[in-house]
Design a protein around this ligand. Sequence first.
Ligand SMILES: [Zn+2]
Length: 168
Amino acid sequence: MEIHGKRRRSTREVIEMHSRSRARAAAQPPFATITEKCERCGHGVQVGVQQGWRYGLRWSMSFHCRHCGRAYEADGKGSAPDDIRAAILQTGGTWDLVVPDGAASKTCIAKALRKALNLDLSQAAALLRKIPGVVTSGTEAEMRWLSQLVCAECGVGVVVVRSKSSSS
Ligand SMILES: [Zn+2]
């Protein structure tokens, strides 16, 4: 998966966020939180983080410091930065993408996933060998995004389930 930058968000990201998807992001409650220090006053703040998949895989974050009033929002496309992803996994658990037994279009599914996950040939071959069964795991949003993509490209359903090995 494509990893987008460090979480120290640039001004550009913040401006993009404000101009583009503020209303949409604001409509969703924060899914998970990360505790950070406010850059202006040094108090601990809860940064709300979330992922979405319906318009492509995205992540977003926002906070408002109740001590000094500093606020910001940022978002990005693709896989979330590591600490945001870790917080979402901790809150929401790990989810599996399952290709059911007897699913037609194995090659189409493997091809669609290869493209989405940026896999090289050997990784794609390994994924193909996992069919039928759990082909990949991650956050719920990541798996639903992949499932939606496979459905659109191959016309077959794959299943998203809470991972049995999920610790939370
Ligand atoms: Zn502050």
